[in-house]
Design a protein around this ligand. Sequence first.
Ligand SMILES: [Fe+2]
Length: 204
Amino acid sequence: MSGARYMESDAMTSPYSLEQYVQDLRTITAEESDPVRITDRVAPLARKFAQAPGWFRPEYRECDVEQGFGVHMLHEEPNHDLAVFLISWLPNRGTTPHNHKTWAVVVGMEGQEQEVNYDRLDDGSKPDYADLQRGGEQVMIAGDVARCYPEHIHSVWNVGKEISMSLHTYGRHINYTGRSEFDLEQKREKPYVIKVAEDEHARA
Ligand SMILES: [Fe+2]
């Protein structure tokens, strides 16, 4: 019995590691296929991992000046599923409106990131065309958790004065989902691929 108690207390005091988080992602996605159910279960774990000590590296703060944000990969499966990124955003920079074509869970870690949501008015049948209408917005701060479903369209902007950071977990690496970015004024849809930092420690 004393051995069992020791293991229990050991588990309670060990920080929630990236390996444990990824193992939980594998379990959840093996048991669920609905993005709503997946993100319901991933959200509290993503928050727990974001707040766990021991995994953060100073280079995760580095931003890509051209892109406006730095994308640091913590994990992806060999087939590009289950991608975990730490994304750092320069002040007053962000993304165009985009979708993900996979589920996403985002946890605020530092700073203030504004998310603007968009409704699509057309039916998507006309190639390269998209008619979007700006919808609601909110500002994410440390500890906040946001979920996205595959067709959800949003943009993200660092509205603070300092670098902001957030932890992003996707069902699949977003450069491999065939997702899009959108030009609101020109009503255009085009492929959206982001630049991922070549961190030394990054998973091959
Ligand atoms: Fe996004």
